[in-house]
Write a new protein. Sequence first.
Lengths: 342, 342
Amino acid sequence: MPDLRKDPITGRWVIISTARGKRPSSFMTAKREKTHIAICPFCPGNEQRTPPEIYALRPKEHTTPNSEGWQVRVLPNMFPALGIDGELEKKGIGMYDMMTGFGAHEVVVETPDHTKSTRDLSIDEISNIITICQDRIQDLYRDVRFRFVLMFKNEGEQAGASLEHSHSQLIATPVTPRRVKEELDGARHYYKQKERCVFCDIIDQEKDVGKRIVYENDAFIAFCPFASRFPFEIWLLPKKHEVDFYASRGHINDMARALKIVLLKLTRALDGPQYNYIVHTSPNRFPRRGYWHTIMEDYHWHIEIIPRILRTAGFEWGTGLYINPTPPEDAAKYLREITVTI
Amino acid sequence: MPDLRKDPITGRWVIISTARGKRPSSFMTAKREKTHIAICPFCPGNEQRTPPEIYALRPKEHTTPNSEGWQVRVLPNMFPALGIDGELEKKGIGMYDMMTGFGAHEVVVETPDHTKSTRDLSIDEISNIITICQDRIQDLYRDVRFRFVLMFKNEGEQAGASLEHSHSQLIATPVTPRRVKEELDGARHYYKQKERCVFCDIIDQEKDVGKRIVYENDAFIAFCPFASRFPFEIWLLPKKHEVDFYASRGHINDMARALKIVLLKLTRALDGPQYNYIVHTSPNRFPRRGYWHTIMEDYHWHIEIIPRILRTAGFEWGTGLYINPTPPEDAAKYLREITVTI
């Protein structure tokens, strides 16, 4: 089982995933020969090459689990960052703190078609993926040891994707990760001062100003945030105050449409960029003592899309201060003016 | 002049550097044709291709500024992340906060020899670079508008280096960056509880345990930290409690030796890795109202060396929780067993 270790200075947790353990020699080899996977484990017909499926959407009747006929397929990750077998145990080692790397790591294969990316799927197909991910997160949150589930996607090698076949991932963690906690704390602080959600206020401000908006429909809005860390960074939010991903269940179609259009615009703007997107939803609010389950009014779930076109360097690592060469107003204008047909 | 903009949720500052402004088309071009710089602006004979030098170490007598004969040369960055011409002004824009991107961005060309990296230089040559950087930081801190100066190095394209010729950089910022502040706050919190420096305690613990140490001499120690974020991450610290980089003035030779040996070991282990290193020194302690100048006992300057062998992906961006596949004990053992001759 992996370790979770805490930096004694900043309190930052790190996952030491011995399951993925790499010897120095493996890094040297990786540099020399590009690994080539001849057989894609996510393609139909290769279901036996993956761990047994957790769930599959099977539109065709009479297809059996772990065989062809699925539209979306959810699997345990073959090399999980956190392990689900075992117990959550915490201990001190000298002055250091650690806990067992208890968690879950699932892969959502988005389509049987190896050649398609999320943006190429139909609104209905994207809606199905979203629905399934919402259900998986709800299911994982039934285990109160999971404090947070991140849904994310790595598209392209620069963005950290190890397999080409389009897939999203879910990782459930036994701690509330620091970037999530920073947002939660910031939003709570704002709410205490103003009795309003900071994300709702941002949406209002962006609608007033207009110049950073990329796309908008009845239920969703996409804009380049005022303090964008990266060129063409885009946030996608429900316009109504909704604390968690599942709360947007009623307008999944609008969400799928917004996501598809924004990704198509990005592709046109940046000639098929590599990107990450991450879903920031509320931590586990199933009843538990303490702080988290009281959050209801002050957080607002959203998607952050980060095109990977610049490399972060020493300055960003050393300071956490990002240098963005493209003002979000310019990026948004460029994206807004691209027309896409779906 | 660039903008500094604050994310209204987390309080994270971002530099929008319009001076480096890139249109979407420039990213698309960058993908297609690799820019080739035929003439290196950092090589001797090309001094006129850079802005006038701020300082140069000229061992040969009778050489004139901005001409050949230098050993180390300090220049303003041609495309500065922050601008020194102008005033530090703060303002609100609707609900958002910004300030002018006032700061300084200097480049330290480490050697006239285009083919050499830091690890190839002699102990004396590395000592000279360190001395000059210490002096530059002291000089920049005379301007109390600068809250912090980061010294850092990007080695290799993967690590964000845009020019091959070996150089370090200094960036002075008008805010204390969040990663630095996290360390300062953590160290202060620890000191308040224990009346001891957390870094000094870590050094003691590492010496007791031994298994994460990479190298040690009279004045410096290098180890893979307990909660390493990256495979082969190494921290290098003065063994004596020293709050800022300048305080190690008395044992620069040991620092240069430790740096050279650690970089040589890394090169042997990872077959010439690309890396970043960053110097975390104390913020500006020149007399000023408030908090910072009181820090004397609780912070401990250090260098963090980060080999860039893995790509960060959506999970790390979304959570700030790093997945490290190589336990620091394994990395340190491997590095310790490599013998290098200098």
